[in-house]
Design a protein around this ligand. Sequence first.
Ligand SMILES: [Zn+2]
Length: 247
Amino acid sequence: MTAHELRYVKTGTVPGREDLLFQGGDANNVRQGPVYLFYVKTERDVVLVDASFHMDDARIMGAEEGVTRKMPDEDPLYALKQVGINPEDVTKLILTHAHFDHVGYVDAFPNATVFVHRRELAWVSGLPAWSIGYGSFSVEKLNRVWKRLSVIDGERAQILPGIEVVYAGGHSAGSMAVLVDTRIGRVCLCGDNCFLYKTIEEGIPIGLTNDLYESLEFMQKLPLIGDVFIPGHDPLFYERYPNGIVA
Ligand SMILES: [Zn+2]
């Protein structure tokens, strides 16, 4: 089995209302969710999972209250530079989905093939103005990388040996999880179908979902697809995996 080193950089925080983070959450409580950017370096490739958020986009979304980025150390390009990754080094960028806190820097990596699920792309292409989590900038950024898009169809696809994507839906039209084979087993980066460890460990589904059935199906599938599970935006993640290293 290929054993990749899976690492991450911190790229700021976004606010999340508790009732959106999990079913039964208090709508009056807002929690700060970290936005981490995962990466894998191989001999030939640098693979990123998601592209964090841009402060300008957060402002457009009206999410600037609570959005933090301790400049410059949490600026994605600066943070990646600190671990030896320049924008042109990135060869593959996997989008779990196209919400604003995942596509922010999608157009900042000139040599990257960008992987997105067909259903997410179709949704974004005809983006309804009322659609939560996206902005017109999501469409503009994806247009800028149009020629470098690799569209994922169906349930599962390999990106590299030891790195796969799995369709989840639920949270967004074409949400995907990412599986990375490491020395601690197959790590599942759950994306936002599991915002918090609460969803993974207590089985409480997220609140912000297009399709609760799909979100539940994805949760049931977890033990079959991975060994170690990482939620989309949980501060506990930093306690469990300090120092930028998952495995
Ligand atoms: Zn998110």
